[in-house]
Write a protein that binds this ligand. Sequence first.
Ligand code: MN
Length: 482
Amino acid sequence: MSMIKGETGDWEIVLGLEVHAQVISDAKLFSGAPTAFGAAPNTQVSLVDAAMPGMLPVINKRCVEQAVRTGLGLNARINLRSVFDRKNYFYADLPAGYQISQYKDPIVGEGEVEIDLPDGQTRSIGIERLHLEQDAGKSLHDQHPTQTYVDLNRSGVALMEIVSKPDMRSADEAAAYLTKLRSIVRYLGTCDGNMDEGSMRCDVNVSVRKPGGELGTRCEIKNVNSIRFVRQAIEFEARRQVEIIEGGGRIVQETRLFDPGRGETRSMRSKEDAHDYRYFPDPDLLPLTLTQEYVDGIKAGLPELPDAKKARFGKDYGLSPYDAGVLVAERETAAFFESVARGRDAKQAANWVTGDFFAMLKRRGVGIEDSPVSADHLGKLLDLIGDGTISGRIAKDLFLAMEETGKDPASLVEERGLKQVTDSGAIEAAIKAVIDANPGQVAAYRAKPTLFGWFVGQVMKSTGGKANPKAVNELLKKALES
Ligand code: MN
């Protein structure tokens, strides 16, 4: 928990998050129009999405299944009966004049998410609900000097609005919650979690109070589109509220916008209450009813989720909670690690994956799917170290060569002559050459045995790093003491 220090003492931050997650589905929630990102404006719009008179919405089964999957992944109650309502408001990019959403009877009820904090602790954050709703279109203000254009491609795309309980107490916790939520929906394949493409957007409810006191009035910061901005927005907003209250003012409930350029939030509009939207059940849609067998069938098909995988990595591979957490954050990373670790030293595999391998991906700016080094090749590299074909030091160079060429490590060892020298005759010759060339250092060594490492370095250097380090140590000791 992180408190804000004010003039009147400590203040506690209270945070609840509403996340809009775009459902992975080829078609929209109530029409057959496609949903691909980045298509030319107004090329993915059906008559339903354009709200032509007389058009009727038809629920997309795939989107319902995705919402149920997500609910199950959030350990939440699935409501076998839910209702679609009209939420009425006017936006230029909302041709129907209402959004089809769910109000009193959402498809998913209460659940919980376990978050992993930077200090290694975990905490449980309550989920209030998840409901299905349509996205609106998009107004384009930068295409013409005096006119606004409307792109309806997004109109009708299925969203899951995931509402947390006001359980978070710091920007760190909010960031950890979003990270975990994104990881879960990606594992489930229900949302791609790409915040920069807008497929996951976050509204943050912020209030402050004296520790343990009554909840304060909250402000909602709309549509924050990166975890970094969520942190900045929370820190700015909480401080702003403390300053107002301590200055004798009061917080007005309102909707605010975060300005990433200035790092501050500013007022957008006074907050509407639910009754302002005149919600009522959509007469074009029957209540949605599911059977328990249907839900159980989806549950049976869920993949192993991050928390379960993390626990298993700790148990089966003996990994620390930290290493396990890093490796399970993305499903692809976990699969890559497991294929490297299978039948090998798991700790060594984890070190290579989180060390040299991650550093390489970062340096190249690519994801694991575009890695020039495959799991199979990295595994073979570990085998070459294990059977003494190469030294640990040469392994680092070999890894770089694998990155550059994409080749199999065994053939690179052949091609470049990287095999470890274990032949004691060759090592002894190298040692003799170093000793003969440095009589002064030999004399110094007799007075100061810590110079031993310098000799090891010289021998390794003269053999191009290929000498077996253990053999060098033994033979060198013998030679220097004779
Ligand atoms: Mn919403």
